[in-house]
Design a protein around this ligand. Structure first.
Ligand SMILES: Nc1nc2c(ncn2[C@@H]2O[C@H](COP(=O)(O)OP(=O)(O)OP(=O)(O)O)[C@@H](O)[C@H]2O)c(=O)[nH]1
Ligand SMILES: [Mg+2]
Length: 223
C-alpha cells in the first residue's frame, strides 16, 4: 500500500525530528504527558487543544504547528501536557502517525461522527486510518488511547447537551442513552472489520468539541 512504502522512510526521517520532540528532562521530572492529537481534517483537533490552552492558534487549517508545554487545572484535577505538535488532518501526514504515537503517552484520534454515519466516502477514509493504525499494532502496544467522535451537537440531541451542562441530571441521562445509540451504530458499521478493536478496546467518546468542558472531560479519562 502507498502509506506502507512511505512508512519506513518517513518514520526514520520523522524519528530524527521527533528525537528533538522527546520529553525534556524537565518534562520527565515534573511528570508532563506527551499527547498525540491525530485524526481527520476539520474534526476538532485544534479546537480540543485550544479548549485546553487558549494560546493555540485555531484560526486556520493546520499543517503542523508546535505548541509549548502547558498545565490544565480545575478544582479536582491537574494535568500537564508536554510540548508537542498540533498536526493537521491531511492524508499526507498519516505516515507520521506511528512515530507520533510512539513518542507520546496519550494518543487521541478524532473524526466527525455525524459525517462518518452520513457520508460513505468520509467513512471509508476514516476506516482506512483506523485500519492503518491498528495494522501497525501501535494502538494495542500503548496504554492510553482514545477515539473521539466530534460534532455530537449535529445529531438530533434536542438541546440535551446544553441542558446537561446547565446541571440537568435527567438530560444527562437521556443524552447518555442517545450517545450509546450513536456509538452502537458506529460499532455495528464495523462489526466485521479487524480494526473494530479501535472502537471497542479504548476510550470511545462522542463530544461537541467546541465546548471547553468536553476537552476537560476527555483528559479526565487519562488521569
Ligand atoms: N458543530 C461543531 N463544530 C465543531 C466541532 N468540532 C470542531 N468544530 C468546528 O469545525 C471546524 C474545524 O475545527 P478544527 O478544530 O480546526 O479542526 P482540525 O481537526 O484541527 O482541522 P485540521 O487542522 O484542518 O485538520 C471549526 O470551525 C470548529 O469550530 C464539533 O464537535 N461540533
Ligand atoms: Mg487543526
Amino acid at each position: 500500500m502507498f502509506w506502507d512504502s512511505l512508512f519506513v522512510n518517513s518514520t526514520m526521517v520523522l524519528g530524527c525530528l521527533l528525537g528533538e520532540k522527546e520529553k525534556t528532562l524537565y518534562e520527565k521530572i515534573f511528570n508532563y504527558k506527551g499527547m498525540a492529537v491525530l485524526g481527520m481534517s476539520a474534526s476538532g483537533k485544534t479546537s480540543f487543544l485550544y479548549n485546553l490552552c487558549n494560546e493555540i492558534d485555531k484560526s486556520e487549517q493546520t499543517i503542523t504547528s508546535p505548541y509549548e508545554r502547558f498545565v490544565i487545572e480545575d478544582k479536582d484535577f491537574k494535568f500537564k501536557i508536554a510540548s508537542n505538535d498540533d498536526i493537521g488532518g491531511s492524508e499526507d501526514l498519516c505516515p507520521y502517525y506511528p512515530a507520533y504515537i510512539e513518542a507520546s503517552d496519550i494518543s487521541l484520534f478524532f473524526f466527525n461522527a455525524k459525517k462518518y454515519i452520513e457520508d460513505y466516502d468520509y467513512r471509508f477514509a476514516t476506516n482506512c486510518r483506523f485500519d492503518f493504525i491498528t495494522r501497525h499494532g501501535f494502538l494495542s502496544e500503548k496504554r492510553d488511547h482514545g477515539v473521539i467522535g466530534t460534532h455530537l451537537d449535529e445529531f438530533d440531541t434536542e438541546g440535551l447537551l446544553v441542558k446537561k451542562y446547565n446541571g440537568d441530571s435527567e438530560a444527562e441521562f437521556k443524552l447518555k442513552n442517545l450517545v450509546n445509540g450513536i456509538k452502537r451504530r458506529i460499532i455495528d458499521l464495523n462489526k466485521d472489520k479487524d480494526y473494530k478493536s479501535i472502537l471497542l478496546d479504548h476510550f470511545f467518546l462522542l463530544v461537541d468539541m467546541r465546548r471547553k468542558e468536553e476537552a476537560f472531560h476527555i483528559l479526565k479519562k487519562f488521569k
